[in-house]
Design a protein around this ligand. Structure first.
Ligand code: CUA
Length: 447
């Protein structure tokens, strides 16, 4: 009995350990397969995501992508080398028997230490040289710009002021930024509150907006389209809801945007204002003028000219920018509201104007407008007026990349003679919050 026990004891030391080598290897392989099956579809899906940098649509994006590929392949090579060395070492030198002698104990190995200092140094130099060269190249391109715009980071939205050339000066917009395709635009980044970061993954690298300092970058889209951007630096409550878009359009559509901006409301607005004048606003909209302006609409509800604050409609020089809210010129052409969170339609507008704080935590408008501050009847009138904020000839046409996702308030048709009765959607839940699916849903993107 004892002998058999001892034999089985011996067996446990030899054959089961060989079995466990194989089982360990299989476990490792299974783990790698599971990890791959989780990661690979994610990478495939990422290519369709408009917030990805792996499908660049600009020269700058291509250059950054090339760096990414260089680093990726070097990293993969290093990873496989290190993992292989670990697996081989563990398999080859593991302890097989209890009575195996301890290997010779040594301290240090000069040859190995020199080797594993030099190899990482070579890897770092191989990454460093192309990275720095690309940074300088991209930086230099800003000097070849045909247009200059200023982008101000607000909490939590983006103001865009067109500066140069003269033809575009004083145009101010928010969150949806029109640029001509195949034309370089110099982007000066400013903020008067906290640090934000301007990031359009398909067009350019990210750059911070820093109080008291102007950062400069440039963008040039080589394909027309609607590009998604986001704030990439934590900046407070609603940092995650600080998105924007770049509309890269053919030159004629860009010119239409600039011309349309100066036009103000279309002729439908006449039926909504008290004095029948498109240069005035409806009285329900008067409250909005405390913080917002509309390019091309110079008068208050009573027909008297609006007083521009020092930094009002004309853009102004100071990063402090005295107009508190987004400029609403050509609002009906925007695809989203509240800095890219909600699709721009009557339903979203009702939610927003009814209770902005319920939609977007911590936003400034929510300090002024609570539930019930604006009556449903007035919300209706405001929405109807916002629909008229588009050029008489219609919104600029966006084609190309992501253009299937372009839907704006201007696409909403109001049945004739039914003006204002269908917009204050009673089904709209006043309790709606950013946790609702719809708030995260970006058209065409699975959340
Ligand atoms: Cu602005 Cu994060």
């Amino acid at each position: 009995m004892t002998g058999r026990k001892r034999r089985s004891g011996k067996l446990a030391n030899t054959s089961p350990s060989r079995f466990s080598t194989r089982s360990r290897f299989i476990t490792l392989l299974l783990f790698a397969l599971v990890a791959a099956s989780v990661v690979l579809p994610g990478i495939a899906a990422a290519a369709d995501n408009p917030y990805t940098s792996i499908t660049p649509k600009s020269q700058d994006g291509d250059d950054i992508q090339l760096l990414y590929k260089i680093i990726f392949w070097i990293a993969l090579f290093v990873f496989i080398g290190v993992q292989a060395a670990i697996v081989v070492t563990v398999m080859k030198y593991r302890r097989r028997h209890d009575d195996e002698p301890r290997p010779e104990q040594i301290h240090g190995n000069q040859r190995l230490e020199v080797l594993w200092t030099i190899i990482p140094a070579i890897v770092l130099v191989a990454v460093f040289i192309p990275t720095v060269r690309t940074m300088f190249q991209i930086n230099d391109r800003a000097d070849d710009s045909a247009y200059t715009i200023e982008v101000y980071g607000k909490q939590w939205w983006w103001e865009v002021q067109y500066k140069e050339p003269e033809a575009v000066a004083n145009v101010v917009t928010a969150n949806e930024l029109y640029i001509p395709v195949n034309t370089r635009v110099r982007v000066e980044l400013l903020t008067s509150n906290v640090i934000h970061s301007f990031y359009v993954p398909q067009l350019a690298g990210k750059m911070d907006l820093i109080p008291g300092h102007t950062n400069v970058m440039s963008i040039e889209a080589t394909e027309p389209g609607m590009y998604y951007g986001e704030c990439a630096e934590f900046c407070g409550d609603s940092h995650a809801f600080m998105r924007f878009k770049i509309m890269a359009v053919p030159q004629d559509q860009f010119d239409a945007f600039i011309a349309g901006w100066h036009q103000g409301a279309d002729s439908d607005a006449a039926a909504l204002t008290e004095n029948g004048d498109v240069d005035s606003v409806p009285s329900a909209f008067g409250l909005c003028l405390a913080c917002h302006r509309v390019g091309g609409v110079p008068n208050l509800a009573d027909g008297t000219p609006m007083q521009d604050t020092p930094n009002g409609l004309e853009g102004g020089e100071s990063p402090a920018n005295m107009i508190l809210g987004p400029n609403l010129s050509m609002f009906a052409c925007r695809t989203t509201i509240a800095a890219g969170i909600l699709p721009n339609n009557s339903e979203s507008l009702y939610k927003w104007i009814h209770d902005p704080g319920g939609v977007k935590e911590g936003n400034y408008m929510a300090q002024m407008i609570k539930e019930g501050t604006v009556t449903d009847a007035d919300i209706d009138k405001i929405i109807e007026y916002l629909k008229t904020l588009q050029p008489e000839a219609g919104c600029p046409v966006i084609t190309g990349v992501n253009s299937d996702q372009v839907h704006s308030l201007a696409d909403e048709t109001t049945p004739p003679g039914d003006s204002g009765t269908d917009s204050a959607t009673p089904e709209a839940s006043p309790e709606a919050s950013p946790t609702d699916q719809s708030f995260h849903a970006i058209p065409g993107v699975k959340s």
